[in-house]
Design a binder for this molecule. Sequence first.
Ligand SMILES: [Zn+2]
Length: 169
Amino acid sequence: MSANSEAPAKRKAAATARPVAGQCLCGVVCFEIDYPARWAWHDHSSASRRAHGAAYATYVGSWRKRFRVIKGMAAITRFEDKAARTTRSFCARCGTPLFYERARSPHMVNIPRALFQSRTGRQPLYHIAIEELQEWTYTGGPLAPLKGFPGVVWERSKKNKRVDNEGLF
Ligand SMILES: [Zn+2]
């Protein structure tokens, strides 16, 4: 996707503010935001890394008034991190991280980009806590097919370390 591919939609956003739907893995929780989202970014902080169990989290930020839970409200469980003044919601049935709210931005609801199937009107061009990027995070380097494992590609070690592919699977 090119950098300006969402520009035409952005221009028309005011006239065509249709909702964009998202859901958790099991489908119990469904929600929507009005298009376009406010912004989107990659969060490399340790808190988001742990909360998602992933190298980093990619969020779409929506104004709270442009965000709605459509169904599954009763299945939403909240974890309040009092020290960080954040609240993270997740689906009590399937564990999908849902909403990330920060006391310092009370008008915003941040939602994992991966929960939306269609475009949100914002590309994640920004990075938060990039200094916490993990050395094991895939950053788009060249990949080559792994011999003997159809469908598996791998990133050759840049540091010329010995890699034991036999023990991987
Ligand atoms: Zn679920």
